[in-house]
Design a protein. Structure first.
Length: 445
């Protein structure tokens, strides 16, 4: 009788949650002033060579020590992509504090063939009622991807939960992140919107107990970016952070060079909109880590040396409409003012605009009245000198190299005193490799 009562309670809770999610709610405007996350200088805190770390989780144990558990595999030489389906166990390391020293520990949670797991990806750990809960993606097929759970009393020994898989989703449903909201839990994960509409999305499910999860709803669906493949790749590694009464959704996007995290803000943790994008951070598979009253951004990736940590500050900013402007080089010329001798070239999943020898690529962005600062984000390769309003903001000294992403804060308002900001990228190289600009994005505050 008691079991029936618990099931009835859970069923009633899920019905109420679904009704709340389905009911249209009149939405208030966000405040005129909002904090915006700003990333400081990164430091390598855990050197994982010769292996890499990708999506990971950092959690403080009850004894005060810190633990990192994450995707790992040996690096592949010559800059080639690794084989993600060979990522079949998690790296594990611990440290007395976030900045180390970090000590590598034996790997954990090797692929469970009894569950038909094909890999183990993107762990996220929460602590509840004396147990650590590790949620992760176990694969199993593009259209039937598993989200699984293992628990541990000490972060060292792990046991798969008998409810596995907790649920399945498509296309490559993965990258779970769990947050406590009042008397319920919400799991965010990346998921293709539908079998016929391949928009990248962040889905969520609600639970009263971390075991039983409701039907999928959507926290955000990106409908403005081009669809490359049906794997929700533009909303990878979702991470939601409450701050000062608002909620911030961090997502990793390979379409901006696989090196950046884009941030959206909302007053509702279950509803984010593309128009409320507030930052681009130079970080892959970013996790927000809180240590007391301090915030940090951890990040890693296939082509890096381990796990990096950067301080994360919250800067007050005014809201503007539009809040940002975006130029996808080689795909559109909405803000392109001049590019003599340039041509569009293929660059990974997207296009880039390559300058002629000694030439420049120039954009003009209209700046709303009242702007006191801008954040300029862009990806370039080759030898580059970048200017904003005639002032140099980047000069790599004429050294050509691999594509790099930059996020540069410009607080001097003189470059846009006439209501427009002219951004110029000059080819500063003398060799055969020419400057190429992949995308440019400007945020106002």
């Amino acid at each position: 009788m008691r079991a029936f009562s618990l099931q009835a309670h859970a069923a009633g809770w899920f019905m109420a949650a679904m009704l709340i999610a389905a009911c249209p709610v009149a939405r208030a405007e966000l405040p005129a002033q909002i904090p915006v996350p700003a990333m400081g200088e990164s430091k390598l805190v855990f050197d994982s060579n010769p292996a890499y770390i990708n999506d990971h989780t950092m959690v403080q144990a009850q004894d005060g020590t810190w633990h990192m558990i994450g995707i790992t595999h040996d690096k592949v030489l010559d800059g080639k992509l690794p084989v993600p389906n060979q990522e079949d166990e998690f790296a594990h390391a611990s440290a007395p504090n976030l900045f180390g020293p970090w000590t590598a520990l034996p790997h954990v949670l090797k692929v469970d063939l009894r569950l038909l797991e094909t890999h183990v990806w993107a762990p996220h750990i929460v602590f509840n009622d004396g147990l650590y809960y590790c949620f992760y993606a176990g694969g199993g097929g593009h259209w039937t991807s598993m989200i699984n759970l293992a628990t541990s009393p000490d972060l060292m020994s792990w046991t798969r939960h008998p409810a596995d898989p907790l649920f399945r989703g498509f296309y490559d449903a993965r990258d779970p992140m769990v947050l406590r909201l009042a008397d319920q839990w919400v799991m965010y994960y990346t998921k293709t919107y539908s079998a016929t509409e391949w928009y990248s999305a962040v889905a969520y499910r609600l639970s009263p107990d971390l075991i039983h999860w409701g039907d999928p709803q959507f926290a955000i669906v990106l409908k403005t970016l081009p669809i490359r493949v049906p794997n929700s790749g533009q909303t990878e590694s979702p991470f939601v952070v409450p701050y000062n009464g608002l909620y911030y959704l961090f997502v990793c996007t390979p379409d901006l060079g696989y090196r950046v995290t884009v941030v959206y803000v909302s007053d509702d943790p279950l509803h984010f909109e593309e128009k409320n994008e507030v930052a681009t951070l130079v970080a892959h598979c970013a996790e927000v880590v809180r240590d007391g009253d301090k915030y940090y951004l951890s990040h890693a990736g296939w082509f890096f040396d381990g796990v990096y940590l950067a301080p994360l500050a919250w800067k007050e900013a005014r809201r503007f409409s539009p809040g940002f402007l975006f130029a996808d080089s080689g795909d559109n010329d909405d803000y392109l003012a001049s590019a003599p001798g340039s041509r569009a070239v293929a660059r990974g999943l997207y296009q880039a605009l390559r300058a002629g020898a000694g030439q420049a690529i120039e954009y003009v962005f209209q700046v709303p009245a009242g702007v006191t600062g801008v954040n300029l984000a862009f990806e370039e390769s080759g030898a580059c000198r970048a200017l904003a309003g005639g002032k140099v903001v980047l000069d790599d000294g004429g050294q050509a190299g691999e594509p790099e992403v930059h996020a540069i804060d410009v607080a001097d308002s003189s470059p846009w005193k006439d209501g427009e900001l002219r951004v110029r990228f000059e080819d500063a190289g003398s060799g055969e490799e020419r400057l190429a600009v992949s995308w440019v994005k400007i945020y106002f505050r």
